[in-house]
Design a protein. Structure first.
Length: 122
């Protein structure tokens, strides 16, 4: 089971992406998201960061928070949802499902990526 901690009073959301049939996906039962794939550059970024892991935890916020370790910057001259990693030319697209976590595509998204720490894992 893969869940997302989605607290509207807390501007940090936690997702638990995992590999499914060779594609990175995530679930959020509360928001009716099931096996939502991440595509267009994002899988390559995940593969580089996670170095062979099949699951990980990512905390996302439109505001900086203690311990964030990555920043995505929105590409203003591109279609909606395109970002690049700060201090890098690495780009990727965040699908419209991410609008369930943000009211719009923020100019910056702060991330903290950890190895898999799902609260229901054994």
């Amino acid at each position: 089971m893969n869940l997302v901690n989605n607290n509207i009073h807390n501007n940090i959301n936690t997702l638990y992406p995992y590999l499914s049939d060779g594609a990175w996906v995530f679930d959020d039962i509360e928001l009716d998201i099931h096996s939502q794939p991440v595509i267009c550059g994002i899988p390559g970024i995940i593969n580089k960061v996670m170095k062979g892991s099949k699951r990980f935890t990512v905390h996302i916020s439109r505001s900086p928070f203690a311990s964030y370790n990555m920043v995505l910057l929105r590409l203003k001259d591109a279609d909606e949802g395109w970002y690049r990693f700060k201090d890098s030319d690495i780009k990727g697209w965040l699908c419209p499902a991410f609008l369930k976590y943000f009211s719009d595509y923020p100019d910056e998204i702060y991330l903290k990526v950890d190895h898999y720490t799902h609260p229901l894992s054994n």
